[in-house]
Design a protein around this ligand. Structure first.
Ligand SMILES: Cc1cc2nc3c(=O)[nH]c(=O)nc-3n(C[C@H](O)[C@H](O)[C@H](O)COP(=O)(O)OP(=O)(O)OC[C@H]3O[C@@H](n4cnc5c(N)ncnc54)[C@H](O)[C@@H]3O)c2cc1C
Length: 295
């Protein structure tokens, strides 16, 4: 790889250090470009080398193989984190945390992003996943998304052309790189916005096992059901496999109780899927992205 790209590479970086699950072996190349121009250069370089690559944000929706990952992980969380307010719009770079974006909206008395305040990811991940909570989702508030294509060109895609759907979007389908999102919000009352964010945060704290490392809801919500309820009814609350456990507090979460491996998590996920299918005839699909070789 060329010199400029090399400068920003950490070789064999442990993914457990950059993911909320705290699981995962080393990635060959961990790269943090500082500018759009550097990002373009990095993407060109990894493609020239024909290596697999992916972009990550805060690593709150992934579990990485214990063997690690071949190729490159490009993280945008550190240097792409600016947030600006312009009238009733909030413009945020892909690495900005949803908390920071929601806080900026609140400080400008703009409503619409309260639901996102407690979601621990960054903007790029949220565009990929159409992140949502408590009745809100990115789809409702995104006016446009600036992306980079694999050839380094950029494009601003209107929100209604993003194909936002339940925990998915065009970003994932087309492997776009999210650079920035513009949120169109409504004027509101700062105190009321703050109070709604606080209320949702209290609900999160009381229902979710935030005291343990995890990647949030392990499974997508199957149509017409709640994954956590199906898992509970199948008698799996608290089920452990190595260091991984179906949370006692919220059965929809697999947590790392300490020293869990990716293998523990993947095997527990499989056990849960089989048991729920047997009991309810419902197939649970993972929301968490499982990365690297797991067999
Ligand atoms: C305790 C906890 C609670 C959670 N609660 C919720 C919730 O209420 N609602 C919800 O929807 N999610 C929730 N999540 C899951 C997670 O926070 C969201 O999916 C979030 O949107 C992921 O953002 P991230 O930056 O961490 O993405 P990452 O985990 O870093 O990446 C996730 C995916 O997005 C892609 N990606 C990331 N950045 C970019 C980019 N710039 N360009 C292109 N692709 C990119 C990655 O390649 C990967 O496929 C929770 C997670 C935890 C740990």
């Amino acid at each position: 790889m060329d010199e400029l790209v090399r400068e920003h590479i950490i070789e064999h970086h442990p993914m457990k250090e950059v993911t909320s699950f705290q699981i995962g072996g080393p990635v060959d190349y961990f790269i943090e470009p500082r500018t759009e121009a550097e990002l373009r250069q990095v993407i060109a370089a990894v493609q020239r080398e024909n290596m697999p690559w992916m972009v990550m944000g805060k690593g709150t929706n992934m579990v990485v193989s214990d063997k690690g990952m071949g190729g490159a992980v490009i993280r945008l969380e550190k240097y792409f984190s600016d947030v600006k307010v312009d009238g009733t719009r909030v413009i945020a770079q892909s690495g900005a945390s949803l908390r920071k974006v929601a806080e900026a909206a609140c400080a400008a008395s703009l409503e619409g992003l309260e639901f996102a305040h407690g979601i621990p990811g960054a903007v790029g991940g949220a565009m990929t996943m159409n992140a949502g909570a408590y009745g809100g989702e990115m789809k409702d508030v995104v006016e446009s998304v600036k992306v980079m294509h694999h050839d380094g060109t950029t494009e601003v895609i209107p929100g209604d052309e993003m194909d936002f759907r339940y925990r998915n979007s065009r970003v994932y389908d087309e492997k776009l790189v999210v650079l920035e999102a513009t949120f169109a919000l409504k004027p509101g009352d700062e105190a009321a916005i703050r109070s709604r964010m606080d209320e949702l945060w209290r609900r999160r704290l009381s229902k979710q096992p935030l005291e343990y490392p995890s990647a949030g809801s392990t499974f997508k919500r199957p149509e017409g059901y709640f994954a956590g309820q199906l898992i509970d009814q199948a008698g799996l609350r608290g089920l452990k496999h190595g260091g991984a456990q179906v949370s006692e507090k919220h059965c929809g979460f697999v947590i790392n109780t300490g020293g869990a491996t990716c293998k523990d998590v993947v095997e527990l996920i499989r056990t849960v899927q089989e048991a729920v299918y047997e009991k309810h005839g419902v197939e649970l699909e993972t929301e968490v992205k499982v990365l690297g070789e797991t067999e």
